[in-house]
Design a binder for this molecule. Structure first.
Ligand code: NAD
Length: 352
């Protein structure tokens, strides 16, 4: 047993099919009376449903959330919250919507009730990002961590397979990096291991039969564990690469995670043998990186950066950016090796 520090931050988790019906009670429990409901334009109908359940406790709806939280969107949402005299936000949707609620909270301290409808795990973390002039910066602040999270697997039934698969791989990435994080601890390791097992079991079924509520529940449970693990550890080369590629080349977030994860895992395989053993075991695979690649392939998720919009002439720049100010990582982050990793990921080769 190694020495460790574990901080437990209070968040109320409500996990049940149909739990969106408890939204008004949960807002009242926070002592709030004027909730601003947030969503993307595509999930406006869901925002309307939430507002209907809140009744007089709805201050208004702001359905303008977009990927990567542009500062202009955050500013406009904050101004709307002030104009509406909102005393909390209800973020219903994926990481983009929850990210917008966090951007509002970072400035105003407005408490968040998150109702995640993807597997991004963002609802459990104090991490938030903002994009300005094409550059994404991320920060940690306990103030932005949602106070209540309502997990309702029924809300994920509409998530199409091509979003569900990569989103689940995004959650798996949190688990993988939690297992070799320098500030990991027995609790985060336990959550990460159980998260991998739940996601590996459920994702193939979620993609095969999107309306299977048991599989949806298990995937959402895995996403909860993944976000809870990530909340307490620092990120390594995998997240650094994804932030660099996503932010600098405007690639879709969950898909970048999907493509990079097997390669980042292979990169660290000799430097983090115990993490690799757990990952492989929980995946039911002989090898961690190969098992992740096989899972991505099995669920029909993208395997190559060239298929998700990465320009080939950007590979050198990506490697340079990812190695300039690296996050802590079990294996030293070196340009030549990272350039090879990115090349393999670009072409969709099986990790070496
Ligand atoms: P997203 O929130 O952008 O959602 C993707 C698309 O799916 C959107 O068009 C959305 O409207 C739609 N959608 C969501 N749920 C749906 C459902 N149930 N049915 C039908 N359509 C649905 O994607 P995401 O991958 O969840 O989030 C990505 C963002 O989250 C990125 O900006 C990323 O940086 C951030 N993120 C943050 C953290 C963190 O800890 N801070 C963790 C993971 C991701």
């Amino acid at each position: 047993m190694r020495d460790f520090i574990y901080e437990q931050h209070a968040a109320r988790i409500v996990f049940a099919v149909g739990s969106i019906d408890r939204l008004a009670d949960e807002v009242a429990k926070l002592g709030a009376k004027r909730a601003m409901v947030l969503s993307t334009p595509g999930q406006r109908r869901l925002a309307d449903e939430a507002a209907k359940r809140l009744g007089v406790a709805t201050a208004g709806i702001y359905a303008e959330a977009v990927m990567h939280v542009p500062v202009e969107t955050a500013r406009a949402a904050r101004e709307t919250a002030r104009r509406l005299a909102a005393d909390c936000t209800v973020a219903i949707g994926g990481g983009s919507t929850i990210g917008l609620a966090k951007a509002i909270a970072a400035d105003t301290g407005l408490p968040i009730i998150a109702i995640p409808t993807t597997y991004s795990g963002s609802e459990m973390t104090p991490i938030y990002g903002l994009t300005e002039a094409g550059a994404k910066r991320t920060a940690r602040d306990r103030k932005v961590q949602p106070r209540t999270v309502i997990y309702d697997p029924a809300l994920t039934l509409a998530l199409p397979p091509k979003i569900s698969g990569p989103s689940g791989m995004n959650a798996l990435a949190h688990c993988v990096e939690a297992l070799y994080a320098p500030d990991g601890n027995p609790i985060t390791a336990m959550m990460a291991g159980a998260g991998i097992a739940a996601l590996a079991r459920s994702l193939p079924e979620v993609v095969r039969a999107p309306d299977n509520i048991e599989a949806r529940s298990e995937a959402l449970y895995g996403a909860w564990l993944a976000g809870a693990a990530l909340a307490n550890v620092s990120m390594g080369i995998h997240h650094k690469l994804c932030h660099t590629l996503g932010g600098s080349f405007n690639l879709p977030h969950a898909e970048v995670h999907t493509v990079i994860l097997p390669h980042a895992t292979a990169y660290n395989s000799n430097a983090a043998p115990e993490a690799m053993r757990v990952i492989a075991q929980q995946l039911g695979a002989g090898d961690a990186a190969q098992g992740l690649f096989d899972l991505a392939e099995r669920i029909g998720a993208p395997l190559a950066l060239k298929d998700i919009g990465m320009p080939e002439d950007g590979l050198d720049r990506a490697a340079k950016l990812a190695t300039e100010s690296p996050y802590q990582n079990p294996r030293p982050v070196e340009y030549e090796a990272v350039r090879r990793l990115i090349d393999n990921a670009y072409h969709g080769r099986r990790p070496g």
